[in-house]
Write a protein that binds this ligand. Sequence first.
Ligand code: SF4
Length: 236
Amino acid sequence: MEMHVVSFSGGKDSTAMLLRMVELGMQIDEIIFCDTGVEFPQMYDHIAKVEKYIGRPITKLRRPKSFEYMLLSHVKKSGVVGYSFPDFRNRWCTAYFKRDHIKSYLRQARKEMAVIEYIGIAADESKRIKDKRYPLVEWGWTEADCLKYCYSKGFDWGGLYQVFRRVSCWCCPLKGLDELRQLRKYFPELWEKLLEWQTKTWRSFRSDYSVLELEEKFMADEQFQQMELFAGRVAV
Ligand code: SF4
């Protein structure tokens, strides 16, 4: 017996994969979304819209402890308070909120049958793992194809993909500087929360910049741009 499980992040790639699988009538026994609690508000609206569109519910896995609690207050075995911000070598949040959670959720099912997971990795960023299937790679769909397909079906994430190239947790330090600049510009209330967290935790947001340093940098960049603009106008 087989169980076919769609791993759904809500982003353009996994959304395109899910919609197309439904369109093709492929077997889907469960659709699972691991909720970190720090998704953009538009993402939750998007997930509700997808559920309505496909006419079936999406299983939402949520940990009892929040991202903020784990970041700032959870006492580790070492006695250190808070996991603090993740980095490339230590993505504790991916493990806690996603990988380990889905693994324990499917543990029982795996004892009883073969569980096949469908992962929405686009053809231009493929990485194959045994026991998993990558329909987008099989179809040759790139990230751009996925976004275009989702738009054609009426999904626009409230404009998130006009602001960001990739959409993940709003507080992710693995975002590029441009994406963080956009976060500060378009989501000032979330940026304020990030500033607050930086003052309460022990690790710098990124190895090169804390959130406070980023704030100073972005402000300085803005002032420089305004001066350039003004100089340009005067020169004209
Ligand atoms: S996107 Fe970033 S913040 Fe979110 S779970 Fe992954 S590493 Fe952590």
